[in-house]
Ligand binder design. Structure first.
Ligand code: FES
Ligand SMILES: [Fe+2]
Length: 397
């Protein structure tokens, strides 16, 4: 932890009780979850300093596809260029600064809605119509070369688009390597998008949303249709992820993931090759969560991967959507269409079940600050949440 930075925003006496074993630890102070000050500080000292997932490449299917995205106050736009590569720009016109792309769509060029300055798919400024008077489209004072859309570093891992807003994070390959290494047993080469959930906005701080997604403690209370996994391992992968590994027993009868329904009641998704035998033997199957702060949880099951993308919007609102990836023809075969759709629908329903309690917890944060009521953890169930909170402190640069 970079104490010099962390103690600029939080009091030492509020932070130090987190840095002990999970059963004795007290959680992050409430003000971390609602104040403009904490959010602004996160923006400067976390969000600007690291790779963050911010979109899906599959949302940009064609050359010219453009997708505006808001992220913690930044207005960004992803654009698939003529070379097939997805780029990210600040979605701000270099003339008098309106947002250039207002809605997702497919474009030949990006034209500003105010005075029609026009940018190429590579962000370069191509045209400044009538800038020098009627029919005069250039002026010597303005160099088009230096007035393109301001580019944000962008890279891709599977379907996830990552951005580095400050431009000074480590090379992307170095950032993602620990995750790729952790998943080496899983053959990811045949994964394809097969289902998409709805987009939600939750009236909760991004950290509350994350914390609710990486513990199984609440499952029997909030999600009675889900089987509660047995946790077996919590760990942290370098500066990249917080991992929570669980076993799902009696998975075939679980309402979780691609195994809705009973053992023999219809077609099934293909399993990752090394999972097939475990499945046939009715063994415990893995449910692995890799949380890459601040914005994505990657869940790995025996027959699919899901990406839950969280977008911090304001101190007290977070966008949320989920995508589901299946192996080979399980992603598009017609006989699995109903199963794929039901996976997305049931996970959305589960997400909605979480929203009420997240908003409930959000609503009393300032009161908890006043009353000095700290967070406690279950060491059995909430090692991942505790690891995340420590990881959070380590992210301040
Ligand atoms: S503000 Fe974009 S063209 Fe004027
Ligand atoms: Fe939940």
């Amino acid at each position: 932890m970079n104490s010099e930075v962390v103690y600029q925003i939080f009091r030492k006496e509020d932070i130090d009780p987190l840095l002990t074993d999970t059963g004795n630890a007290l959680g992050l102070p409430p003000e971390a979850y609602y104040t403009e000050g904490a959010f602004a500080f996160e923006r400067e000292h976390i969000f600007k300093k690291r790779w963050m997932a911010a979109g899906f490449a599959s949302s940009l299917p064609d050359v010219g596809s453009a997708l505006p995205v808001r992220f913690a106050g930044w207005e960004l736009v992803f654009v698939r260029g003529g070379d097939g590569k997805v780029r990210c720009f600040h979605n701000i016109c270099r003339h008098r600064g309106t947002k250039v792309v207002m809605e997702a769509g497919t474009f030949k060029t990006l034209s500003c809605p105010w005075h029609a300055w026009t940018y190429g798919l590579d962000g370069k400024l191509k045209a400044t119509p009538n800038i020098g008077g009627q029919g005069v489209h250039t002026i010597v004072e303005l160099d088009k070369e230096t007035h393109g859309l301001s580019e944000v570093k962008c890279d891709q891992w599977l379907d996830l688009l990552f951005i580095d807003i400050g431009g000074e994070a480590e090379p992307f390959a170095d950032y993602i390597a620990p995750l790729a290494e952790a998943l080496r047993e899983f053959d990811l080469s045949e994964l394809t998008l097969g289902a998409a959930g709805d987009r939600f906005e939750v009236k909760s701080n991004w950290k509350i949303v994350i914390e609710s997604g990486i513990e199984g403690y609440h499952l029997p209370v909030i999600h009675p249709t889900l089987r509660q996994p047995q946790r077996y391992d919590y760990s942290v992968g370098a500066d990249t992820y917080v991992r929570q590994a669980q076993n799902v027993v009696n998975y075939k009868n679980s309402a979780l993931g691609g195994t809705l329904g009973k053992k023999d009641d219809g077609p099934r998704f293909r399993k990752f090759p090394h999972m097939q035998a475990v499945w046939e033997e009715d063994g415990p199957l893995p449910l692995l969560h890799y949380y890459l702060p601040p914005s994505v949880v990657i869940s790995v099951l025996a027959d699919m991967i899901t990406f839950a993308l969280f977008t911090p919007l304001t101190p007290t609102t977070t966008g949320f959507t989920r995508r589901f990836y299946f192996i080979g023809d399980s992603a598009d075969s017609p006989e699995l269409a109903d199963l794929r759709a039901s996976v997305a629908t049931s996970m959305d329903a589960i997400g909605k079940e979480d929203m009420a309690v997240m908003e409930n917890a959000q609503s009393v944060l300032s009161l908890r600050k006043e009353l000095e009521i700290p967070t406690r953890f279950s060491p059995y169930w909430e090692g991942g949440v505790h690891n995340f909170q420590k990881f959070y402190l380590n992210m301040f640069r």
